[in-house]
Write a protein that binds this ligand. Structure first.
Ligand code: FPP
Length: 592
């Protein structure tokens, strides 16, 4: 990266983190959050001049609308339960094996996690890795072996244990270069490459190891050095997307055929993984059918024809956050709440006039059905549904005395609309904000913080009022996830958006403020995204501010950006690969 770009990068990095927190204070003190002015003005909205965008129709039609339960479901569930207990026994036995066998234990845990069934064995895995951490600390037993050292480092860091990266200096010569002999250890290089993605700010040895392994793994592919087809495929896939950024359900599908070919595989585990995948797929199809019916009943295509119909792509997004059965209620709530976000986004970004949006924003601050009459006709169903969806959650929360949860989520919706209104004003006035102004608003309108809060609404008792206080102040992991979405989304969509009267994206703001080209802006953004991943890694290390499972939504929301926005805009315009992901997750069953 040229030196002047590095200077810009440092000033940008600081400005995002400092100005953003200042602006939140400012936003919190905005008059709209106190007592909104009366909505009592009876204007006609008929002659409004609107910008409209013609989003293409859903490419999925009604194919997920109905769902019929399979007849052999109960039998498959029974078999999965038996296999689950067998695998659990293996993990329990493995806890007390000889230290020389600990590498085998790590390999088993890695397979369980990659095959997507670790959610059944959280306690056993925690106990095994905790024992390993207590036994070895930072001194892994097998540190002459690059593959096993890298696996140990990655698994412990993934579990939140802050093992030192200092162990990797062992692989450098006296001049500070990585040992030449490492290049011949293909498995070791791949394992180290994956481990480097757990790095945090300041871990130079891992930054260098990433450069080193990426360069040599690319070379291996280019020069056809690797004569193991399966290994070559794994390298290719890892270079496209490291394990840290992969979505767990997609990783299961990718890893099953690889694991199947390994002589050391555990057949019970393999069969469990396939059965479990299919059983969960049934649950997911059932949920998607339920949500498709809700969308159809809402009659969005007639009442709000300017709104995108991306129910299936949206479900992919939510499935990326949580795929486990215990989060079924959360997924349904998130689908309704997030599709309302899409409706709001299209209304503020596209269809609504500034005057209408001001009235709507004030109505949201009041959060009362009495505001309905004041709204333009087309906005009434949006407002009604917004209140209804949150009321439904509130009724559930009342039964368990957790209504504080709905208070915070509603406040975040209010904050979201206030900031959408600022964007609409900028777009109306064709104002290009400074980078600081832009970030202070668009890190809120990217909606991730609000969505993360909503991920906790149906959460168990580990979710407390502190969790909501934490998320609503945009702590580093939440901000990092927001920034990843904002930058990756804008890199992918800004050209298309600028063809209509959309607010200037972060790309335009950076280019204008720093006088740099689009290509240089992309280079900067890529670095900012990488740094945000380091923040996510840092914040996931123990001790964490909230229980570790609650960090999965911001982490998975960052991961899904890597899938949706790397090849373009796969949310709005699903490409070949995205279509194939959706089919493999929701249509095609695995043969067991
Ligand atoms: C279930 C479901 C729908 C999930 C989506 C998750 C969600 C609501 C993300 C918020 C950000 C957003 C509106 C992205 C896509 O629109 P855009 O590129 O037009 O966003 P922008 O206007 O902020 O650039």
């Amino acid at each position: 990266m040229p030196i002047y770009i590095i200077h810009i990068y440092h000033s940008i990095h600081n400005s995002i983190y400092t100005s953003f927190s200042l602006s939140l204070t400012y936003i919190k003190n905005m008059p709209a959050s106190k007592s909104p002015p009366s909505l009592n003005h009876n204007k006609s909205f008929k002659q409004a001049v609107r910008s409209t965008v013609n989003f293409h129709r859903s490419i999925w039609g009604d194919q997920f609308l109905s769902y019929n339960e399979r007849k052999d479901q109960a039998c498959e569930e029974q078999r999965a339960t038996e296999l689950r207990e067998k695998v659990r026994k293996e993990l329990v036995i493995a806890r007390s094996i000889e230290p020389t066998q600990h590498i085998k234990l790590l390999e088993l845990i890695d397979a369980v996690q990659r095959l997507g069934v670790s959610y059944h064995f959280e306690d056993e895995i925690e106990e095994c890795l905790n024992n390993i951490y207590l036994m070895y600390g930072d001194q892994w037993i097998d540190d002459d072996n690059l593959q096993s050292t890298s696996l140990w480092f990655r698994l412990l860091r993934q579990q939140g244990f802050n093992v030192s990266s200092g162990i990797f200096y062992k692989y450098k010569d006296e001049n500070g270069h990585f040992l030449k002999s490492m290049k011949d250890d293909i498995h070791g290089m791949l394992s180290l490459y994956e481990a480097t993605h757990m790095r945090v700010e300041g871990e130079e040895v891992l930054d260098e190891a990433l450069e080193f392994t990426r360069y040599h793994l690319r070379n291996m592919i280019k020069k056809n050095i690797c004569n193991d087809v399966s290994l070559e495929t794994q390298i290719h896939q890892a270079l496209q997307q490291p394990l840290r950024k992969r979505l767990p359900r997609l990783e299961t599908l990718r890893y099953i055929p690889i694991y199947q070919q390994q002589d050391s595989r555990n057949d019970d585990l393999l069969t469990l993984a396939k059965l479990d995948f299919n059983l969960l797929q049934e649950l997911h199809r059932k949920e998607l059918s339920q949500i498709s019916k809700w969308w159809k009943n809402f009659d969005v295509s007639n009442k709000l024809p300017y709104v995108r119909d991306r129910i299936v792509e949206g479900y992919f997004w939510i499935l990326a956050v949580y795929f486990e059965p215990q989060h079924s209620e959360s997924r349904i709530f998130l689908m309704k709440a997030c599709n309302l976000v899409i409706i709001l986004d299209d209304t503020y970004d596209n269809y609504g006039t500034y005057e209408e949006l001001e009235i709507f924003t004030k109505a949201v601050q009041k959060w009362s059905i009495s505001c309905l009459d004041m709204l333009p006709e087309y906005m009434k169903p949006i407002y009604q549904e917004l209140l209804d969806v949150h009321k439904e959650a509130e009724e559930f929360l009342e039964k368990t005395g957790k209504t504080y949860r709905s208070y915070y989520t509603k406040e975040m919706v209010k904050e979201y609309t206030r900031n959408l209104l600022i964007e609409a004003k900028w777009a109306n006035e064709r104002y290009i904000p400074t980078v600081e102004e832009h970030m202070s608003v668009t890190l809120i309108t990217c909606a991730y913080a609000m969505i993360i809060a909503k991920c906790y609404v149906y959460g168990e008792d580990s979710v407390t009022e502190h969790t909501f206080e934490w998320v609503s102040t945009y702590p580093p992991i939440v901000k990092a996830s927001c920034l990843i979405l904002r930058l990756m989304d804008d890199m992918a969509t800004h050209k298309e958006e600028q063809e209509r009267n959309h607010v200037a994206s972060s790309v335009e703001c950076y280019m204008k403020q720093y006088g740099i080209s689009e290509e240089q802006t992309h280079e900067l953004f890529t670095k900012l995204v990488e740094d945000s991943w380091k923040v996510i890694n840092q914040e996931s290390l123990r001790p964490t501010e909230v229980p570790r499972p609650l960090l999965m939504p911001p982490t998975n929301l960052a991961r899904v950006c890597d899938v949706l926005y790397t090849r373009g805009d796969d949310y709005n315009h699903a490409g070949k690969e995205m279509i194939s992901h959706i089919k493999s997750l929701l249509v095609d069953r695995l043969s067991v």
